[in-house]
Design a protein around this ligand. Structure first.
Ligand SMILES: *[C@@H]1O[C@H](CO)[C@@H](O)[C@H](O)[C@H]1NC(C)=O
Ligand SMILES: *[C@@H]1O[C@H](CO)[C@@H](O)[C@H](O)[C@H]1NC(C)=O
Length: 381
């Protein structure tokens, strides 16, 4: 019976969460008729959520009012179904009453929470990231021991631009490369050779560059010095490394997509935050002096997600803080028609706004342009 209740609770929470989301969407469209003169069609994912809500309601109604003749059958069916739910999943569902998108992926969540408590966790970093990328963030906690490298080096680099990173501090089994030098060999631009990266944020070769000394100077001159920053999608942490050299603390959000970015960042003595682009970052309101969006933030992000991302950056920034869009790329006409108005919604002061054609092969093929913008949050807001 307890298990059945747990299942009901799970469905109820999924229902509440999707409802809140849909209500929010509907109310935001209703409240801003002027901002969107052309009525936007209801996005597919909302229709999908409404459908989920409807089936959840149907399901709950069936569970709560079983017909007298079918009741014993239904009870057996439910208890055998819920017997398969890992106990930690039910426990977690009760601890976290505001449900997240985890509930939209019950199979993956089920798989993730299917482990033996108090023993070694399954080695499933890809499953974890699959869930995170589907919006299941933060992931539920588990009561098991996660794997660690078998013979880690104890001599870790003391400065953020070391000549090499210790391979023995990474579990390489899920990657085709088994060392940092292999990663560098196949793709030197990924940032796994910190020494190669050291000039990236200190030199000026085009208008799109904003070298760190210049950035710090701009902020200092405006009476708004930088001490704390968040780098969204910061790869191996090279921006944080460059800022560390100037005594500025930067938190780097990163995912291990195809390479151990989080480990590399940490091995440089910088703090990696394992967070996707589409979820609220666990940083308190108004505490950051700077939020940087690197090339991970670009036209591939759906417009609405990007809008929420920018407003989350605004939330984290103190008044007078800076938002740095570092080589944001989009299709040429979209920059003027779509992204400029979107960025304009923040009402920030344009300190720098530089655009240039993106001249690599995909840039030329798609008519893409880069934007580097430094924007300052108004003081009185
Ligand atoms: C960073 O802080 C250290 C210790 O306070 C100081 O010696 C150093 O000069 C500072 N570096 C910069 C670039 O401000
Ligand atoms: C950028 O590309 C557009 C066409 O995509 C072209 O018309 C324009 O001249 C280019 N600008 C520069 C500075 O190369």
């Amino acid at each position: 019976m307890g298990l059945t209740m747990g299942l009901n609770l799970l469905l109820l929470m999924a229902m509440v969460a999707t409802n809140i989301l849909s209500l929010y969407h509907l109310s935001s469209t209703v409240q801003s008729p002027k901002a969107t003169p052309t009525a936007q069609p209801v996005p597919d994912h909302l229709l999908h959520q409404l459908h989920t809500i409807r089936s959840a309601i149907n399901h709950l109604t069936r569970l709560q009012h079983p017909t007298p003749t079918a009741s014993s059958n239904a009870a057996t069916a439910t208890s055998s179904a819920s017997a398969a739910v890992p106990p930690d999943l039910l426990l977690y569902s009760q601890l976290s009453l505001i449900a997240s998108s985890c509930h939209n992926h019950p199979d993956l969540l089920h798989q993730y929470m299917n482990y033996t408590p108090f023993s070694m966790c399954p080695y499933d970093p890809d499953l974890a990231e699959t869930l995170i990328l589907r919006g299941c963030h933060p992931l539920p906690r588990r009561r098991c021991f996660s794997r660690t490298p078998s013979k880690p080096s104890s001599s870790l680099p003391l400065q953020p631009f070391p000549s090499s990173l210790p391979d023995s501090n990474v579990i390489w089994s899920k990657y085709s490369c088994k060392s940092f030098s292999c990663l560098n060999h196949y793709n030197p631009s990924l940032g796994f050779d910190p020494s190669l990266d050291s000039s990236r944020f200190s030199s000026y070769s085009s208008d799109l560059d904003l070298p760190v000394p210049q950035l710090l100077h701009i902020a200092r001159s405006a009476g708004s010095p930088l001490r704390l920053g968040v780098d969204i999608g910061g790869g191996t942490g090279s921006f944080a490394a460059a800022m560390k050299a100037h005594n500025v603390t930067v938190l780097t959000t990163t995912m291990n997509l195809g390479a151990p970015y989080s480990e590399a960042t940490a091995l440089r003595g910088l703090l990696p935050l394992h967070a996707p682009l589409q979820q609220r970052l666990p940083v308190f309101d108004g505490v950051a002096d700077l939020v940087r969006c690197g090339r991970a933030v670009n036209r591939w992000i759906p417009d609405t997600v990007l809008e929420f991302l920018l407003f989350d950056a605004d939330r984290m920034l103190r008044s007078g803080g800076y938002l740095l869009l570092d080589r944001f790329f989009s299709k040429g006409p979209d920059l003027e028609n779509k992204y400029k108005p979107l960025i304009g919604k923040l009402g920030y002061k344009k300190v720098k706004w530089a655009t240039a054609n993106k001249t690599d092969s995909s840039g030329i093929k798609n008519g893409e342009v880069f934007l580097t913008a430094l924007l300052q949050k108004p003081v009185s807001k």
